[in-house]
Design a binder for this molecule. Structure first.
Ligand SMILES: [Zn+2]
Length: 207
């Protein structure tokens, strides 16, 4: 029932996993790309021949993002790896002051002022996006004493209800509180809010 843009979160997750323990890197001895394990910061060992290779994961950059919908234009930023490509027509998450919304890229401007169809993130000055009506909803997931932050993309009109059980990565969580952007707090069973009005959802693991 909840629509997700799996791609965006999966990509982010993959990048995170890759940049920590295991990397596919070019090995100078094997003369090919092999699996490498992290030895210490920025130092990896080839799993085939044991040769060490230095590698610094790409840095994250922030690009100015101008997000338009019928009613208004908002300015925020997108966070991507500096090696990432920005492509016209693709969807990206724009971080605004309190919320994150999804936009489709309509124009890309380079640091040298040129307008292009695609670019490397590190060369990009700003991007224009069309609001597609989807928002990134923040969660605080409680499991015993542990709280895990989590984000998922939903259609802005998706309804969340206090008491409702939601499925996140195969696990069930019951919503017990919903904090709203306007400062309100819903905690009575049955109280509802739309994804676009939500600041954060608090949910507890229910086995
Ligand atoms: Zn090797």
């Amino acid at each position: 029932m909840h629509k997700t843009l799996g791609l965006i979160s999966d990509m982010k997750k993959d990048f995170k996993n890759q940049s920590t323990l295991n990397m596919e890197l070019y090995c100078d001895s094997c003369k090919e790309v092999t699996k490498h394990e992290l030895v210490k910061q920025n130092l990896y060992r080839c799993s085939i021949c044991g040769t060490h290779t230095r590698f610094s994961p790409p840095k994250e950059v922030e690009i100015k993002a101008i997000l338009s919908s019928d009613e208004k234009t908002e300015i925020g930023k997108v966070k991507v790896s500096e090696e990432d490509e920005i492509v016209k027509g693709s969807e990206m998450i724009v971080d605004l002051k309190e919320v994150s919304k999804v936009g489709k890229v309509t124009a890309i401007q380079l640091k040298n002022g040129r307008m292009v169809e695609f670019s490397k993130a590190k060369d990009t000055y700003s991007i224009w996006l069309r609001n597609v009506g989807e928002v990134s909803v923040k969660f605080s997931l409680h499991k015993r004493a542990v709280t895990t932050p989590y984000k998922m993309v939903f259609d802005g009109e998706t309804e969340f209800v206090v008491g409702e059980v939601i499925n996140i990565e195969g696990k069930k969580y019951r919503i017990h509180r919903i904090k709203l952007l306007d400062g309100g707090l819903l905690k009575r069973e049955g109280e509802k809010a739309l994804a676009k009005d939500i600041k954060r959802i608090y949910a507890t693991y229910t086995p």
